[in-house]
Design a protein around this ligand. Sequence first.
Ligand code: IMP
Length: 181
Amino acid sequence: MTNEIVDTYLSGEQVLARIDELAQAVMALGPFDKPLVVVCVLKGSFMFFSDLVRRVDLPLNCVFLGVSSYGGTTESSGAVRLTHDLTLDIANRDVLVVEDIVDTGLTMSYLLGILQARNPKSLRVCTMLHKPARKKVEVALDLVGFVIDDVFVVGYGLDYDERYRNLPFIGAMRFDDHPAS
Ligand code: IMP
């Protein structure tokens, strides 16, 4: 039998303190001539996105983009599927993509390709976590919450097999194998 064990990696307080700083950094990007379009990449960034945007004192348009993620595994397949498209035309708009984690970079590279093709005025990325050890493609990240080790993290929106998204902190996941008795 395999037990899933989640150790605290970043506390909820640490995450929120860093989001305060990131929100200030987002405000420093402005002012913009039209509301900044902030893209929530579903599902993983829903909690980070909502804590970030409520701290940004700028006119914003909040929009949602769904992409497929890991299904019950901790390895990236490299295959990325769009499950929900934006409901706003971003042509000639300032756009900030808000992501939970950049791991291999494959997902973000794919998303930036799609969004850039729609001719935004500017396109920036804010990620809560960056795991550079597993990088497969280079992606320019404008704002990064935390650079983390090569650990599989859950909580604060991030899942393992669609569980743990609701944890109010970021945990490092490990598996403890016990022979069945
Ligand atoms: P990438 O394409 O390898 O950069 O991975 C991006 C996506 O994989 C993220 O948006 C997450 O949904 C998922 N992911 C990558 N690393 C982790 C992790 O440590 N925990 C949970 N999900 C992860």
